[in-house]
Design a protein around this ligand. Structure first.
Ligand code: ZN
Length: 139
């Protein structure tokens, strides 16, 4: 078994920006030359998340609308009173989504569904530079 760690950078707009990172993750897998195993995508940040969705126009609107209902951005949270950065909702959303996603790969291909993309969600209340780690374990 081999462990191969890659990373890539991207800029986000914040405000529940949804970015399809499937191409970058596929690229990392390809350059690892590993054929069978698991890979984990991870973001080191407490106001972002990684999950999957069908990356299409309707859901790109539905998902932010769902988050507004679940964890509204227009109210004050205890975090905001403590730090004054007004992004308590972003931290809470990140906790709910989680900051990593693991997928098995077989024959050099991730076992994603046809309409399933890996997405980075940036909930912060400003644009950010983010680094995504892709750690690939396999043979
Ligand atoms: Zn904060």
């Amino acid at each position: 078994m081999k462990v191969d760690t890659h990373s890539f950078q991207l800029k986000t707009k914040g405000h529940t920006d949804i970015i399809d990172i499937t191409p970058q993750v596929s690229q990392a897998l390809e350059s690892s030359n590993l054929k069978n195993g698991n890979l984990t995508c991870f973001i080191g940040g407490s106001t972002a998340g990684i999950t999957t969705i069908e990356y299409e126009g309707g859901l790109k609107r539905d998902l932010p609308e769902l988050w507004e209902k679940l964890v509204p951005s227009n109210r004050t949270y205890h975090h905001d009173a403590t730090w004054g950065d007004a992004n308590g909702y972003a931290h809470l959303r990140s906790s709910l989504v989680g900051t990593s996603f693991t997928v098995p790969f077989v024959g050099g291909r991730m076992m994603l569904g046809t309409w399933q993309q890996i997405v980075l969600l940036d909930f912060d209340n400003r644009s950010r530079s983010r680094e995504v780690i892709v750690q690939i374990m396999g043979e």
